[in-house]
Design a protein around this ligand. Structure first.
Ligand code: HDL
Ligand code: ZN
Length: 432
């Protein structure tokens, strides 16, 4: 006998529409990207040939194209884009997240994605200027600010900073320091070459040099936080150069400038070097390391993103134990519908709205359009489900509450951690 199900309550049906419009209408602070302002010249990537040459798509191309990495790397970027387009978008259906992203960007600019080549798209992007394109993309993606990844060990980028290259007001710096913590032999030679005498043995004079190096870069860049990506084997406490530099150099400098420290944990670099940027993989890390750092350094604040799906629930529980720990984003191989949904659901269940749901990790400016469209849809669906359960439990939910929650997750959880003033919408600012 079929049971007549009660029709969904109006509130719940209306709820999804209300949540989706608030999530899409609330500007987001994109706290981790690889974007650069137009003044950073060749570092500032945008347009169809960069977009199609995203390393995620390169990895997928090698699975379906009869071409070796050597042959691929031997042709021009335009020829590489043509190979990728023919392989992933013409000969096969672009159903992967990275492929769908390109489709979304093209259709968002009114370009037909169902085309046999990139001729039209190239014409469209060639007619755009960098500055005009940046403001157009940030408006379409409803991104209020982007945080860059500024590698102080990169010779090209550090030179641009040493020349006081102007930075677009919506682009914020981050002091990224992977060689310092992951490759001390290289890092101490770079420090010494740049006048910060540092030896292989991390003695007190070397510690002082490394602090001075970071001090000078903090004062030059005015970063919102300091950052590193770390392998799954990352340990603390540990008798290693990394642990010594982290606890005696990096965390003290963070404290002296009241800067959060961002740890992106779980990357296994270059498991297939032939793929270059596309050659990295992941591994399960020890979440207890994060807990011990939060416990032993209560004056430091930690932004943490972990790369393994299996670390996500553990990270939520760790964040329940330490309020100086802010989980953020669904990083890299986690940034797709099935896993963003799972992670956002468990974060809402365990942390309420006290987390940062997403960052784009965009490398090419145009990616902001699809990464934030897709993530907003997934986050809105998770949020609507959480609210529907709350309403069923008897809560009277208002749209003001939804707006407050979304603004907290998209803006103020980070702003508070980074010591920035709370977000003020354009309407509020104009009403002042
Ligand atoms: O280390 C990082 O910041 C990673 O995000 C890498 O840049 C990675 O290649 C990437 O782009 N992931 O999305
Ligand atoms: Zn990144």
């Amino acid at each position: 006998m079929s049971v007549q199900l009660a029709p969904p309550s109006l509130e719940v049906t209306e709820l999804s529409r209300t949540v989706e419009s608030i999530v899409f209408d609330t500007p987001v602070f994109d706290i981790h990207t690889h974007l650069y302002p137009a003044t950073f010249q060749q570092l500032s990537l945008w347009g169809i040939d960069e977009l199609v040459n995203y390393h995620y798509l390169i990895a997928e191309t090698f699975r379906s194209a009869p071409i070796t990495p050597e042959q691929f790397w031997g042709v021009s970027k335009i020829e590489q884009a043509d190979i990728i387009w023919q392989t992933l978008f013409v000969r096969h259906t672009p159903v992967s997240e990275a492929c769908r992203g390109v489709v979304k960007v093209l259709s968002s600019f009114g370009l037909d994605p169902n085309v046999p080549n990139l001729r039209e798209a190239r014409k469209f992007f060639a007619a755009r200027s960098a500055e005009e394109h940046i403001s157009d993309v940030m408006k379409r993606a409803n991104v209020s600010d982007v945080v860059m990844t500024n590698d102080v060990f990169d010779p090209v980028e550090s030179q641009l900073w040493l020349e006081n290259t102007p930075v677009h007001e919506k682009y914020h710096a981050v002091l990224r320091m992977d060689p310092l913590l992951n490759d001390w032999p290289r890092a101490h030679s770079v420090l010494s070459e740049r006048g910060y005498k540092a030896g292989a043995v991390i003695d007190q004079p070397t510690i002082e040099s490394a602090k001075k190096f970071l001090d000078d870069w903090v004062n030059r860049m005015k970063p919102l936080y300091m950052a590193v990506s770390l392998p799954p084997s990352f340990g603390y406490p540990e008798d290693s150069p990394r642990a010594k530099l982290l606890t005696e150099v990096v965390l003290p400098v963070c404290r002296s400038y009241n800067l959060p420290f961002s740890m992106m944990i779980g990357v296994r670099k270059q498991v297939n070097p032939a793929l270059k940027d596309a050659g990295d993989s992941l591994g399960h890390a020890e979440t207890a390391v994060v807990e011990r750092l939060c416990r032993d350094f209560p004056q430091n604040t930690f932004l943490v993103s972990m790369l393994s799906r299996e670390n996500q629930h553990e990270l939520c529980v760790a964040a329940r134990k330490f309020n100086n720990l802010m989980p953020f984003g669904c990083w890299w191989f986690l940034n797709d519908a099935s896993i963003v949904t799972e992670i956002t659901d468990e974060r809402l269940e365990l942390l309420g709205t006290s987390f940062i749901p997403q960052h784009s990790d965009a490398r090419i400016l145009d990616q902001l359009v699809y990464k934030w469209d897709h993530s907003r849809r997934w986050i809105a669906d998770s949020l609507a489900r959480a609210y529907a359960s709350l309403i069923r439990d008897g809560w009277k939910l208002t749209s003001d509450q939804i707006q407050r929650d979304v603004q907290r997750m998209f803006q103020d959880n980070f702003r508070q951690f980074a010591g920035l003033p709370a977000f003020e919408s354009t309407q509020k600012r104009e009403a002042r």
